[in-house]
Design a protein around this ligand. Structure first.
Ligand SMILES: NC(=O)c1ccc[n+]([C@@H]2O[C@H](COP(=O)([O-])OP(=O)(O)OC[C@H]3O[C@@H](n4cnc5c(N)ncnc54)[C@H](O)[C@@H]3O)[C@@H](O)[C@H]2O)c1
Length: 265
């Protein structure tokens, strides 16, 4: 049975974090394209409002919620505002993320706090806040954005890789906790997408690796991908939308590797 609304049922409602730009924006648009009303949560007001307008232009309701997910009560506020403004919540996409390159021996408390605060703590609290609402209604789908980094040995990306390993743990725990309430919790591990985060991180990696030939450096990294190319936000969003709307109702605690073969089970 799919989660997609039948022609007679009211539209589904989704909350997408970090949806002002990058993958989150592509996910919000992909869901709106399928008739899902979307709440866009982000700190970037101008870009978030632009995503909202582009989603609304596709037909369904769309709201922008300017919320800093690093705040302790952010998850609760985001879920409450989504339910109030869209009339309910059926889908949560925990997409917002932060990462920066930092040498292992030079790691800083500031990077750990920001990376784990957003990628892990905010994501876990959002799973719980949305999970409470979904458990009460007896259905819902949660998709957490993890990364191939969670299972790689990356000397200059420790806090990020650790945060995403934490996302995998939260996904398993959430799936186990919410299964009896009809709520599915899965994750997706995207390959390299050309977003502001990816560009700035790879520039730092190059510097830490002592490389100044950026084009050759990026080409070498691309050549390591078995499918031989990077992906796009739109291509990864297709995977998220599938998990949110089309994946079988028996699929939970799964990690969808959408990384061109970079990440393997
Ligand atoms: N880009 C890649 O190649 C790649 C690969 C694997 C996984 N990922 C993951 O995909 C997800 C999206 O990454 P992206 O590349 O689109 O990132 P991005 O930096 O392009 O977008 C992140 C969004 O999150 C928002 N944001 C940042 N801090 C916030 C906060 N405190 N509160 C609310 N919103 C906040 C930003 O304003 C931005 O709109 C992340 O979880 C990332 O770890 C990305």
């Amino acid at each position: 049975m799919s989660a997609a609304a039948s022609p007679d049922s009211p539209p589904l409602r989704a909350l997408v974090t970090g949806a002002a730009g990058g993958l989150g924006r592509a996910v919000a648009l992909g869901l709106a394209q399928r008739g899902v009303a979307v709440a866009i949560v982000d700190i970037d007001r101008a870009a978030g409002e632009a995503t909202r307008q582009d989603c609304a232009a596709l037909g369904p309701d769309a709201v922008f919620l300017e919320i800093d997910l690093l705040a302790a009560d952010a998850a609760e506020r985001a879920v409450r505002a989504t339910v109030e403004r869209l009339g309910g919540l059926d889908i949560l996409v925990n997409n917002a993320g932060y990462g920066t390159g930092e040498a292992f021996l030079e790691m800083t408390a500031a990077t750990w706090d920001r990376t784990l605060g957003l990628n892990l703590r905010a994501l876990a609290l959002a799973c719980a806040a949305a999970g409470r609402h979904m458990a009460a209604q007896g259905r819902g789908r949660i998709i957490n954005v993890t990364s191939p980094a969670s299972r790689m040995a990356l000397p200059n990306y420790t806090a990020y890789a650790a945060s995403k390993a934490g996302v995998d743990a939260v996904t398993r725990a959430g799936a186990a906790a919410l299964a009896k309430h009809g709520v599915l919790v899965n994750s997706i591990a995207p390959g390299m997408m050309d977003t502001p985060m990816q560009r700035s991180t790879e520039a730092l990696f190059a510097r830490l690796d002592g490389r100044d030939d950026m084009a050759a450096y990026l080409a070498e990294r691309t050549a390591r991908i078995p499918l031989g190319r990077r992906t796009s936000c739109e291509e990864v969003a297709e995977g998220v939308v599938w998990l949110a709307l089309d994946a079988p109702a028996y699929l939970t605690a799964e990690r969808l590797n959408l990384s061109g073969g970079l990440d393997k089970d």
